[in-house]
Design a protein around this ligand. Structure first.
Ligand SMILES: Cc1ncc(COP(=O)(O)O)c(C=O)c1O
Length: 306
């Protein structure tokens, strides 16, 4: 296997040497913010396209702001560094990029003050999140989604993923593939680590940005292409639990999950139990766009190799 490099505070470090001290604040208190970005291999062009890096790094900046962190680099600098790192790692297959800004003080006590920030970016080869293309069987989690005034879901904070970990672990122990989260208010929030859509006729419905969700780059992409390319209506609003059961179609979306059709929710079959027509159209379009195959949306795809 060829040597992989990670970016650490200004240096490209061989992956086996990329270490952080055990007393690092981010490790002890979950005080890091991060992004997950996909790089897609386009075989015909022998090119890797990183998808919507700008939007991911803008969200990283927002997460930093919420968490009193200094992102250290502008959005443009992050794009440049990530391009350099991916080119160095020389992947010719699908991959995943994980930038982290983390509190790196060696100290006890959770305060974010007097606590320096560090930047780490690592990359790995990555295929499908769910392993295969089968329809998902999901449940509604009985763990509540975090609220904006607890650990704000709008910021992608590592500590908040303890909430996600409890949800997904208990869903899997109960025999489901994944789950949908509900806020304390009783309304649907999102998936465990992805956003969520239902389809009602020609309308795509998803929870609004104030529903305790991470405002997903994939979510925003799907809203835009569904309106522009498929002529669909899009409603961003509160969703009740029982609306899930009666939806025509349902799917998860996210950088990891991509577009993942849902077959059942809490043992109720969604639609006729097959991948819905709209979901299939969105999925096809999305997979073409991310691999740089749709000219109009190539603006979202950064080529790694010149
Ligand atoms: C909690 C949560 N919601 C939604 C998403 C989807 O966001 P994006 O489409 O930007 O990857 C993620 C992705 O990691 C997530 O962790």
């Amino acid at each position: 296997m060829s040597q992989e490099y990670y970016y650490m505070d200004g240096n490209y470090v061989p992956s086996q040497e990329a270490m952080i001290p055990v007393r690092t604040h981010a490790f002890l208190y979950g005080t890091s913010v991060f992004e997950g970005i996909r790089g897609y291999y386009n075989q015909e062009e022998d090119q890797v396209y990183a998808f919507r890096m700008k939007e991911h790094f803008e969200r990283l900046h927002n997460s930093c702001k919420i968490m009193h962190m200094d992102p250290k680099h502008s959005v443009e600098e992050y794009v440049k560094i990530t391009k350099e790192l991916l080119a160095k790692n020389n992947y010719h297959e699908d991959c995943y990029i994980r930038p982290e800004v983390y509190k790196s003080a060696i100290k006890i006590g959770p305060s974010l003050l007097d606590n320096p920030d560090s930047v780490l970016i690592f990359t790995i080869k990555l295929g499908n999140y769910f392993g295969d293309d089968r329809m998902l069987n999901v449940c509604v989690s009985n763990w509540h989604r975090l609220e904006d005034n607890t650990i704000p879901p709008r910021a992608k904070v590592s500590g908040a993923y303890a909430n996600t970990a409890l949800m997904i672990t208990d869903a899997k122990l109960a025999g489901f593939d994944d789950c949908i989260s509900i806020s304390a208010s009783g309304h649907v929030a999102e998936g465990s680590a992805m956003n969520f859509f239902i389809v009602e006729g020609n309308t795509l419905v998803t929870t609004q940005t104030t529903s305790n969700i991470l405002v997903g780059v994939t979510r925003n992409t799907i809203i835009e292409i569904a309106k522009e390319e498929l002529g669909m209506e899009v409603a961003e609003r509160e969703i009740d639990r029982t609306e899930l059961y009666t939806a025509d179609e349902a799917f998860f979306c996210g950088t990891g999950a991509q577009v993942a059709p849902i077959g059942t929710i809490d043992h109720r079959t969604i639609g006729d139990g097959k991948v819905g027509v709209k979901t299939a159209q969105i999925q096809k379009l999305y997979y073409d766009i991310v691999r740089g195959k749709v000219e109009k949306y190539k603006k979202w795809c950064t080529p790694i190799y010149e």
